[in-house]
Design a protein around this ligand. Structure first.
Ligand code: SPV
Ligand code: MG
Length: 299
C-alpha cells in the first residue's frame, strides 16, 4: 500500500536537494513508466551500494508523444494533470513538471497552486514565447525568447501565488537553444533569480557540452548554492558525477523510456505483420505469465 500525502510528496524534492550532492531524475509519462522510475535499482558490484532514481520528470515532449501529439503546448494542463495523477496513484517519488512556457501569467498563478495542492514538487518554465517548439530543434525552427522582464514577472507572480515553501519554480534558460549565447543566459539567470526563481535550468543541444561547462563555470562564481538543472540529451557522453563537477546538481534524463519503447514496439508490430502470426515476435516480448503478475494484485 502506498502511503503518501500531497504534503509529504511535495516536500521530498527540497529535502533531497539538501541531502545529496546531486540528484538523478528520469522521465515518467504514465503509470507504467512511473513504476519503472520508482522501482529500477542497480547494485554497485564493488561497494554494494544500491542506486535508484531520486525523482520523476513529466516531460512535455514525452507526455505529448505518448498521446500521438506534437510538443507545441497542445496537450493542455487538464490532460497533463491526468498524467500526473496516473503517476501519483502508483508511485511515491517527487515529481518535477515540465511546464513549457508557463502560459499567460494570469493562468500561471492558478496553475502553480493547483500543482502545489496535488503534491507536485517543482515546475520548470522556459523563457520562450509564441508557438513553443521543442528545444532540441535549436535554431532549425523559430525559437523566440520572451522579454526577460516579462518572464521575470511570471516567476515573481508564480512564487507569490504559492501557499507552501516546498513547491519550487525553476527558470529554464533557452538562450543557448536560440543561439543568443552565454552572456544572454547569465544576464537572464540573474534577473530570474532576483524575481524569486528557486533555481535555473540551462539547456543546450550542442553535442560537445562545452557551452554548458562554460556557462556553469561562470554562473557558479556568483551563485555557488543555487540549484542548477541540466538535461544532457545531446551531450550524454558525460556522467552525472562529471556534470556535477561542472556545477550541475539536478540531472534529468528526459526521454529515454519513450525512445527505447517506441523502436521495440515498432519492431514487434512489423514482425507480426511480416509473418501473419506473433510466434516470431515472442523473442522480443516478455512472457505472458510475467506481464500478468508485473503489477501486484491482479490475481
Ligand atoms: C522535454 O522533455 O519535454 C523537454 C526537454 O522540454 S527537451 O526535449 O530536451 O527540450
Ligand atoms: Mg518540454
Amino acid at each position: 500500500m502506498l502511503t503518501n500525502t500531497p504534503d509529504n510528496r511535495r516536500s521530498k524534492l527540497k529535502k533531497l536537494l539538501n541531502l545529496k550532492p546531486y540528484i538523478s531524475v528520469m522521465e515518467a509519462s504514465n503509470g507504467l513508466t512511473g513504476l519503472i522510475v520508482e522501482n529500477a535499482r542497480v547494485e554497485n558490484e564493488k561497494t554494494g551500494y544500491l542506486k535508484e532514481f531520486d525523482a520523476m520528470w513529466v516531460s512535455s515532449l514525452c507526455d505529448s508523444t505518448f498521446k500521438g501529439k506534437p510538443d507545441i503546448e497542445l496537450v493542455d494542463l487538464t490532460s497533463r494533470i491526468n498524467t500526473i495523477n496516473e503517476i501519483m496513484e502508483v508511485t511515491t517519488k517527487p515529481i518535477i513538471l515540465d511546464g513549457d512556457t508557463g502560459g499567460k501569467v494570469e493562468h500561471f498563478v492558478y496553475n502553480v497552486r493547483t500543482l502545489e495542492r496535488l503534491g507536485v514538487s517543482a515546475i520548470i518554465i522556459e523563457d520562450k514565447t509564441g508557438l513553443k517548439k521543442n528545444s532540441l530543434f535549436g535554431t532549425e525552427v523559430e525559437q523566440t525568447l520572451d522579454d526577460p522582464n516579462n518572464f521575470a514577472n511570471k516567476i515573481r507572480a508564480g512564487k507569490q501565488a504559492l501557499v507552501t515553501r516546498d513547491f519550487l519554480i525553476f527558470a529554464r534558460l533557452e538562450s543557448l537553444i536560440a543561439g543568443k549565447g552565454i552572456d544572454d543566459a547569465l544576464f537572464r539567470a540573474k534577473k530570474y533569480l532576483e524575481a524569486g526563481a528557486d533555481g535555473i535550468m540551462i539547456h543546450s543541444k550542442e553535442k560537445d557540452g562545452s557551452e554548458i561547462k562554460e556557462f556553469l563555470k561562470l554562473f557558479r562564481k556568483n551563485y555557488p548554492n543555487v540549484p542548477v538543472i541540466v538535461v544532457p540529451t545531446s551531450y550524454n557522453q558525460f556522467t552525472e558525477s562529471e556534470l556535477h563537477e561542472w556545477g550541475a546538481n539536478i540531472i534529468i534524463h528526459a526521454n529515454h523510456l519513450l525512445r527505447s519503447a517506441y523502436p521495440a514496439m515498432m519492431k514487434t508490430a512489423k514482425t507480426i505483420l511480416e509473418n501473419g502470426r506473433s510466434k516470431e515476435a515472442d523473442e522480443y516480448c516478455m512472457p505472458i505469465k510475467e506481464i500478468l503478475t508485473l503489477i501486484p494484485g491482479g490475481k
